[in-house]
Every structure is written in structure tokens, then in C-alpha cells.
Ligand binder design. Structure first.
Ligand code: NDP
Length: 258
């Protein structure tokens, strides 16, 4: 029998923002495939609940409190995961926020906080995890983009800039002269409209958003966080060893609608 393509037994994954929403959906998939999970977030109660849930599913998980936009906190979190779980094979850069305002109303502090949380964090976490992945003989980095990696939105200038940046950062890390030589594959997922706390707030703030999403999504529904579990396992597993630098929409067809 050959090596199972989707088996993550013995692997260790860091999932930023793994305590809720899309991050939790991906953490469930990775844990079910056998990986131990470090759930990273700022809200300790939410992280503890996510760890309890992952353990209940039969997985091993720890909670690590950190602000992923803070370089020192990121260095500490990576050191702690290495110390407690022994290695780092998979990094999911998922933590993200949005501040919904048009470009003329967004102030520099708001711009900076969105870019730091959504984009700079991916750089900080990837750079910090890189030595452990190299030591392990390879690794998988999964960056979370958005439909706004492709499209613009009047209410999301910093968010769209951060998500466009995520795709270019993914490509740069994937280059043979960067981390491909270390057997690290780096890919992005571009989720469509997924029902989470983030988009529930968006639905409240943007009139008509709910109806527009339904009308444009061929699947005719909002995504569920479970819709992200499979792609996370795929991009974290040997099944994707020859895939790097891509940005894969998981959007019920939203991005192919004219
Ligand atoms: P949620 O608001 O449900 O989750 C966001 C997560 O990020 C939380 O777990 C939060 O944890 C964590 N987080 C936020 N800021 C920080 C920080 N500074 N340090 C550490 N953790 C942080 O949103 P979603 O699940 O919807 O979003 C997850 C990702 O998916 C984001 O990158 C988002 O942009 C992206 N996305 C979402 C889409 C959707 O339709 N929902 C569509 C496309 C992309 P805590 O509060 O504990 O810090």
C-alpha cells in the first residue's frame, strides 16, 4: 500500500485565528486528518473553547494567546509551539479583520491596523516558522486571501489591499530562490462569502450585501466554515506537494460570474 495522500498524523499545525470562523473550520479538518493544532488568537475564552472542541473530536490541541501583528508575540508563539508540540509542519495564516469605510473616510490608524493584522502578520509568522519547517525537512504554508484579492470594494480599501498583498506574498515565498528549495509549499485560499462573525457584521453594516452575495453565487448560498476543511487538508498534505504559489478560490463559483 502507498503512503496515504491526506494523512497528517504526527504533523503540527499553527492556525492563526483558529478559535472561530474559517480558522476553526480549517483546524477541524487538520485535526481530523491527524495533525496536532496550535490555536492562536487574542480571546483566551474562545481559544479554550476551540481547543476543547478539537480534543473532543479526538485531536491534540493547545491554545496560544498572541497578537499576530506583534513581532515579539509571534516569535514567542512559535517558540512555544516548538517547545510544547516538538515541531512545526503547517502554518495557516488566517487571522484577519476588516474596517468597512470608503477610502476618503478611513484614517491612517485604521489602515495600519488592517494591513498589520491581515498582511504583515503573514510575513511575521511565516518568517518565524521557517527555520522549524526547514529543520523538519519541509512544510506547508496556507495564506488566507479573499474575493477581494481579485475584486475591489468601495467599503474595503485596506482590506482589499491586504488581501491582494497576500497573493503576491504567497508567490514570492513560493519561488525556487525563496523557500521551494527547503521543500516548503506556499499557497493561498480565496474564500468566497462564508457565514462567520466577520461577515455577519458586514451584513449588518452594508445594506443589500446578503442579497447581492446570494444572487452572484452559483451555489446560491453562503459558505459554511466546514467548506474550508477539505482544502486546508489538501494544501497541508502530501497530496499537494507539486502545488505552490497558487491562489485557489473556494467560493461556490462567485469569482467566475460575469
Ligand atoms: P472571524 O472574525 O470569525 O475570525 C477572525 C479570527 O482572527 C478570530 O479567530 C480572531 O481571534 C483572529 N484575529 C483577529 N485579529 C487577530 C490578531 N491581531 N491576532 C491574533 N488573532 C487575531 O472571521 P472569519 O473567520 O470570517 O475570517 C478569517 C479569515 O478569512 C480572515 O483573514 C478573513 O479576512 C478571511 N476571509 C473571510 C471571508 C468570509 O466570508 N468570512 C471571506 C474571505 C476571506 P481573536 O478574536 O481571539 O483574536
Amino acid at each position: 500500500m502507498g503512503t496515504p495522500l491526506f494523512d497528517l498524523t504526527g504533523k503540527v499545525a499553527i492556525v492563526t485565528g483558529g478559535n472561530g470562523g474559517i480558522g476553526l473550520g480549517m483546524a477541524r479538518g487538520l485535526a481530523d486528518a491527524g495533525a496536532a493544532i496550535a490555536v492562536v488568537g487574542r480571546n483566551a475564552a474562545k481559544s479554550a473553547a476551540a481547543v476543547a472542541e478539537l480534543e473532543q473530536r479526538g485531536g491534540k490541541a493547545i491554545a496560544v494567546a498572541a497578537d499576530v501583528a506583534d513581532g515579539k508575540a509571534v516569535a514567542d508563539l512559535v517558540a512555544r509551539v516548538k517547545d510544547e508540540l516538538g515541531r512545526i509542519d503547517i502554518l495557516v495564516n488566517n487571522a484577519g479583520i476588516n474596517i468597512r469605510k470608503p477610502p476618503d473616510a478611513l484614517d491612517i490608524g485604521e489602515w495600519d491596523s488592517v494591513i498589520a493584522t491581515n498582511l504583515t502578520s503573514a510575513f511575521l509568522c511565516s518568517q518565524a516558522a521557517h527555520p522549524a519547517m526547514k529543520e523538519a525537512g519541509g512544510g506547508k504554508i496556507i495564506n488566507i486571501g479573499s474575493m477581494m484579492s481579485i475584486f475591489g470594494a468601495s467599503f474595503a480599501p485596506a482590506y482589499a489591499a491586504s488581501k491582494g498583498g497576500i497573493v503576491q506574498f504567497t508567490r514570492s515565498c513560493s519561488c525556487a530562490c525563496a523557500w521551494a528549495a527547503d521543500n516548503i509549499q506556499v499557497n493561498a485560499i480565496l474564500p468566497g462569502w462564508i457565514d462567520t462573525d466577520l461577515t455577519r457584521r458586514g451584513r449588518n453594516e452594508i445594506a443589500g450585501l446578503h442579497e447581492r452575495v446570494l444572487a452572484r453565487t452559483p451555489a446560491a448560498r453562503w459558505g459554511d466554515i466546514g467548506d474550508l476543511s477539505g482544502i486546508a487538508v489538501f494544501l497541508a498534505s502530501p497530496a499537494s506537494d507539486f502545488i505552490t504559489g497558487t491562489a485557489i478560490p473556494v467560493d461556490g463559483g462567485y469569482s467566475i460570474m460575469g
